[in-house]
Design a protein around this ligand. Structure first.
Ligand code: NAP
Length: 256
């Protein structure tokens, strides 16, 4: 089925765009007509995503950029580069860059806690702030910021005290940003994936995956494209009266 064309003439930046969910979001946005900036710490993977993007619509121009979302300097440099290239800030931003560094609470090193918070939570803060500042300064009338939390930020997960804390933080940040930025026409929403088939979950032992799959009501892990579908809805005007929400994309996992 052909994707609808809800993002024609929109400029979107997607962090973590070199892999998994971020890559699927780039592909979906481009299929819906957006110009896409693929941003990732790995420029090689960002370029691979770039090569996969359709350019079927007039004025559609994509680019890849290297960014470390945990560094203010790097994030600000990226936003400046985008504005130089397109003469406008991105009006859609998806913060899909994320990492795990799992360990039990009793054994976790402080550095592993800090690094996950820096990339997942501080990275989301830096992106949200830099993009919304640029949108407000440009006088733009609307924007859509989509953050990526996780269902485990709500329910906890053994071995992920750092990751679950970061993702719970992302949800709170998103709600506050929604309240503060609505007067500028900027909507902020969070997607909460469950267990999605990406390089991040390929690290999880098979035994754990089959145990989780057995308790997912829809009976399988999700695909990155299924999260991207929800991001495209949140980016588009189809969600114009929605801000500050979290959408669970979990196949029903942990619905209670
Ligand atoms: P993924 O395939 O590992 O993709 C994450 C991407 O982010 C990778 O390309 C990674 O680059 C990049 N990245 C890491 N650190 C970065 C940094 N400092 N700056 C910029 N980019 C950075 O993972 P995914 O499964 O697609 O996850 C995407 C998002 O969804 C993450 O926020 C994750 O927490 C969230 N999520 C995933 C699942 C799931 O089941 N997969 C569930 C819930 C939430 P490198 O590969 O070079 O490190």
């Amino acid at each position: 089925m052909a994707a609808p064309l809800r993002l024609i003439s929109r400029l979107a930046v997607v962090t973590g765009g070199g892999s998994g969910i971020g890559r699927a979001v780039c592909q979906r946005f481009a299929a819906e007509g957006a110009s896409v900036v693929v941003a990732d710490v790995s420029e090689g993977s960002a370029n691979q995503t770039l090569e996969s993007l359709p350019r079927e619509h007039r004025g559609q121009e994509h680019m890849a950029v290297g960014v470390d979302v945990s560094s203010r300097e790097s994030v600000e440099r990226m936003v400046t580069t985008i504005q130089r290239q397109y003469f406008q800030p991105p009006s859609v931003c998806v913060t899909a860059a994320g990492i795990t560094q799992d360990e039990f609470l009793l054994k976790m090193e402080e550095d592993d806690f800090d690094r996950v918070i820096q990339v997942n939570l501080k990275g989301t803060f830096l992106l949200t702030q830099a993009v919304s500042k640029a949108l407000v300064a440009s006088g733009s009338s609307k924007g859509s910021i989509i953050t990526v939390g996780s269902i485990v930020g709500k329910v906890g997960n053994i071995g992920q005290v750092n990751y679950t804390a970061s993702k719970a933080g992302v949800e709170g940040l998103t709600r506050t940003a929604a309240k503060e930025l609505s007067r500028f026409g900027i909507r902020c929403n969070c997607v909460l994936p469950g267990f999605i088939n990406t390089p991040m979950t390929h690290k999880v032992p098979e035994k754990v995956i089959s145990k989780i799959t057995s308790i997912i009501p829809l009976g399988r892990m999700g695909e990155p494209a299924e999260v991207a579908d929800v991001c495209a809805f949140l980016a588009s005007d189809d969600s114009r009266y929605i801000t500050g929400i979290s959408v669970e994309v979990t196949g029903g996992l942990f619905i209670g």
